[in-house]
Design a protein. Sequence first.
Length: 109
Amino acid sequence: MASANVLNITDADFKHQVLESDVPVLLDFTAVWCGPCKAIAPLLDQVADAQKGKLKVCKIDIDQNTATPNQFGVQSIPTLILFKNGQMFERKVGSMSKTALDSFVAKVL
């Protein structure tokens, strides 16, 4: 079951949810047909639950929202981008282990 702490966002609310966030944001560029995206989803849920209040975890469907992926040059999914203070901090492309995901996220906490 997906975590209630993971927000599904759109191009329309990207600026508000990500760039104007008062906490760092992990944004997952995803699609319903993407196998590696489905594989990493439970790990993102765990991070969202563990870091509630310290990190916002968001997902954006690249098929239904094309402006944001284009803005950040997303060519492969899953692409995970960390944002801090309204700026892109770091990005990773592809699925990863829970340990690697925790290390990636720790850079902005």
